[in-house]
Design a protein around this ligand. Structure first.
Ligand code: ATP
Ligand code: MG
Ligand code: MG
Ligand code: MG
Length: 489
């Protein structure tokens, strides 16, 4: 099955179970001060679980664009180094708002995975909540019994603790046990050597979580007590790229057709090959760079298409950082010294034209914004990297293993190196950075500029949000730093 067919089969399946299929919410979380980006399928339905508002149907399903690069869920550091965490990914989900509960949800998960997708039953593991004395929540016998009936083998039902198998929206609010579905994609020879059960949830890159079924049956009160909810809800989320890997018989998300088009274009542009020594190596930096780029371009392109331009603050800065991280990898390991990320936009726009048409519709605009960001960063990248090399050389001579906070600040201020990028490069060479010293230098500069502010009032705006802006050029603030300008159209 192609990834298109896999997505369609999910939506068709839940449609046949009387679910309303809705579009993905934008990546940029609207009207939710607690969330910068949508990081799960349920985010757009939060109000319904809290009892504010009525859903258009008691059963809903969709594929949600998610971004996990900030806050509680931040997978950025893993991206490129493992083969199954992305910055942006699709979360397939089905929901019951006070309608069906555990039995239907788990039976349908099993039916979809084993009968529609035909995943081998003996490779599937599930987890259920073991219970918590502190909270007075018992072991989830109900989920256990349903799984036992479906799977027929108790050995493949694993008990999980509060950290992995109890979901809470926040300090207060809806919560409940969850049941995860994992799949074992290891070679049979490896399975025969080690007991599979030991490996579930232990971060083996081929024994991975694909789907989580959350059962909201309690409400956590301010005094920490739990009360039963009058209406019980189901919230599920399945990683689309991981599902494609399992169905397509691959061992890495990047080997599926979700990423292959992009990786092939990166190979053509760089003249280098992906996976010379197998696609699972995590210490070959050509491979890491290609994975980072193939991943980050999705996050950046779709976020811009959803209205968040790169900027120097908040969500805009997160996007700028992700883009610069990818540009640095391309520059250092693939030899790209001209904009290249922008050339990947049409590949994505075509690939996702049907499911997320917003990118195709704004392809040229998104491409231009990315190109200007790349140009601006590439202008200072080489000088900054040289500077960092000198600093590392000096630190080595002085037998230090920490890069000072002031240097990290200078690299950020003058060369546009986000501190996490400096940290990443430093880490590659065995150094740490003084994060505290950096924050201090940053705060000092903020204090200085607050005093200087209020001077500027021009037609130009540094964008934080909104998409009805067009790129109009960049402004040389000084010889080293450029600020990209957008104008409201
Ligand atoms: P993991 O333990 O692998 O980090 P999770 O428990 O944080 O996953 P959930 O919050 O339960 O993930 O999200 C539901 C599903 O979304 C997961 O079962 C997984 O398939 C998928 N998923 C989560 N994070 C990512 C990511 N960064 N990239 C790709 N898929 C993801
Ligand atoms: Mg996670
Ligand atoms: Mg998990
Ligand atoms: Mg999970």
């Amino acid at each position: 099955m192609t990834s298109h067919e896999i997505r369609k089969a999910f939506l068709d399946f839940f449609k046949s179970k009387e679910h309303l299929i809705v579009p993905s919410a934008p990546l940029v979380a609207k009207n939710d001060p607690t969330l910068m980006f949508n990081n799960s399928g349920m985010a757009q339905f939060k109000d319904f679980f809290l009892g504010n508002g009525t859903p258009p149907s008691k059963r809903i399903a969709d594929t949600q664009k998610c971004l996990r690069v900030s806050g509680k869920h931040n997978d950025l550091e893993d991206v490129g180094f493992d083969t199954y965490h992305h910055t942006m990914f699709e979360m397939l989900g089905n929901w019951s708002f006070g309608d069906y509960f555990k039995k239907e949800a788990l039976e349908w998960s099993w039916e979809l995975l084993t009968e529609v997708y035909k995943l081998p039953k003996e490779r599937i593991y599930v987890s259920v909540f073991e219970g918590s004395k502190d909270d007075g929540v018992p072991f989830d016998q109900e989920a256990f019994d349903i799984w036992k009936e479906l799977i027929g083998d108790e050995n493949r039902i694993i008990l999980g603790n509060k950290k992995d198998n109890f979901w809470e929206m926040g300090d207060t609010g809806p919560c409940g046990p969850c049941s995860e579905i994992h799949i074992d994609l290891r070679d049979q020879a490896e399975i025969d050597m080690i007991s599979g059960k030991e490996l579930v949830n232990k971060d083996h890159p081929q024994v991975i979580e694909i789907w989580n079924n959350v059962f909201m049956q309690f409400e956590r009160k301010a005094d920490k007590s739990l009360v039963l909810l009058p209406a019980k809800h189901v919230d599920t989320g399945m990683g689309f790229e991981r599902l494609c890997m399992a169905i397509q018989g691959k061992k890495s998300n990047y080997d599926t057709d979700v990423f292959q088009n992009t990786i092939q274009v990166i190979e053509q542009m760089s003249g280098k090959k992906y996976g010379e020594n197998g696609t699972l190596s995590t210490n070959n930096y050509v491979d890491v760079a290609m994975r980072v780029i193939a991943d980050h371009i999705r996050a950046v392109a779709f976020t811009i298409a959803d209205g968040q331009l790169p900027s120097n603050a908040k969500a805009g800065y997160v996007i700028r950082r992700i883009l610069r991280r990818a540009v640095r990898y391309g520059y250092s390991y693939l030899g790209f010294d001209e904009p290249f990320m922008t050339k990947l936009v049409p590949v994505l726009a075509d690939q996702f034209a049907e499911v997320f048409p917003e990118l195709k519709a704004q392809q040229d605009f998104v491409g231009r914004v990315i190109e200007e960001e790349e140009k601006s960063f590439l202008r200072t990248l080489e000088t900054g990297l040289k500077k960092l090399d000198d600093i590392i050389e000096q630190a080595t001579a002085e037998k230090k293993d920490v890069i000072s906070g002031e240097v990290v600040f200078e690299l950020s201020d003058t060369f546009g190196f986000p501190s996490d990028l400096t940290a990443l490069i430093a880490r590659e060479k065995g150094f740490k950075i003084d994060e505290e010293g950096f924050q201090k230098a940053l705060q000092e500069q903020k204090d200085r500029s607050r005093k200087d502010s209020a001077k500027e009032a021009t037609d130009w705006v540094e964008l934080n949000e909104g998409s009805d802006f067009e790129f109009v050029g960049y402004d040389e603030v000084s010889a080293e730093a450029q600020i990209i300008k957008y104008r409201k159209v």
